[in-house]
Design a protein around this ligand. Sequence first.
Ligand code: GDP
Ligand code: IMO
Ligand code: MG
Length: 424
Amino acid sequence: MPVVVILGAQWGDEGKGKITDYLAAKADIIVRYQGGNNAGHTVVVGDTTYKFHLIPSGILYKDKICVLGNGVVIDPEKLIGELDGITAQGISSENLRISDQAHFILPTHRIFDQHSEDKKGEAKIGTTGRGIGPAYRDKVNRSGIRLGDPRDPVLLRQLVATHFEEHAQELIDVDWTIDRMVDYLLHTYKRLEPYVCNTPALINDTLEKGGNILLEGAQGTLLDIDHGTYPFVTSSNPTAGGACIGSGVGPTRINAIVGVAKSYTTRVGAGPFPTELFDETGALLGKYGHEFGTTTGRARRCGWLDLVALRYAMRINGITHLCITKLDVLDSFEEIKLCTAYCIGEKEFNDYPSQLSTISQVKPIYKTLKGWCKPTSAMRSFTELPSQAIAYIARIEDYLKVPVVLVSVSPERTANLIRQNIWP
Ligand code: GDP
Ligand code: IMO
Ligand code: MG
């Protein structure tokens, strides 16, 4: 009967895909609860690398149901492309289910995303350009089109007509007509129809029959539309509350909230990043960590681990279990820094600021720890780790007052040093 939530505790790309794959082994259903194909989740099995954008990272297990929840936004053409891609890799999509309440990302949403970035000029967010913000904008405006709508072509045409009416200004010089859009949606829906159903009912039925449910977040806490570094955020709620909303599982049914964080920090796109390093150390973190976006290929900005930001993520989500990934990336540093407080002038504090202007001004205060200067990637038990690496993890736990239950030391599926079981 348990429900476990897994989410990003930083700015995304923490290695959620890899940890989801680990947790999915004991799940009956894996649900993506928000975001869209702005996500890029990687799972490495032997010589094969799988990159998922929309499809939950649990799809590698033949016997599990994978759900795209009501909170997800779906670009039908990209989803079909991803389905074709996994089929070519020998993975069956038979157990995929798509919420009929999930919203479509239309081709016009992708165009609006670009327009919006162009208009912002220097202040642009650095979005993934996938149409995420404009699709959620229409959802909140109550004029979105949902995956179940093409079942009724008359209703669908009305909804498309409203879309064109509402966005008339933005659609000048755009090569889409109402007829073309209706045809496009009916055509792509035909391919997705076998998967579309009432997913909150499916999830709750399974739960009531004693099944295990894993709710998988995309992006990360600091990209949350409410709790992140607004406006440099995505347009959904990757935080724990979003897991309930985006899946249809009530908060009282959640048993564990698993936060995933790297042993350092990265960020893609614009916005404040207090521990960002512009020196050789930052470049080395990027090099050793292969820090290039899974979705857009952009270089990720890199810096030391920010415990102030992580403590904030721990509080906002009520994290019960923490997983630290990419510890091996720190293997060759003689000194490793941990940000334990921020300061502005003489004022020192450790509460994450709620205002962008304040976050943009803070300077990190570091504690310096001795590195271990030893490769850890081949290690398969926590006690094998060098004493300095164990001390590093202990400092994180001590600061956050949350147990680090898993430490990851390589992209490979088996490279998880387990300290405590997560499933109740
Ligand atoms: P996600 O978006 O949170 O699923 O993370 P991404 O897949 O976008 O980025 C994480 C990257 O780090 C991927 O390339 C993973 O294969 C890789 N990775 C995950 N865990 C580890 C680890 O412990 N060590 C190393 N070196 N790489 C890892
Ligand atoms: P995963 O799930 C890292 C960032 C973009 C941009 C901002 C808004 O792989 O961790 P959007 O296209 O969502 O409107 O862009 O959010 N962003 C991510 N950064 N990992 C992701 O996903 C991201 N998804 C969006 O770079 O700064
Ligand atoms: Mg990613």
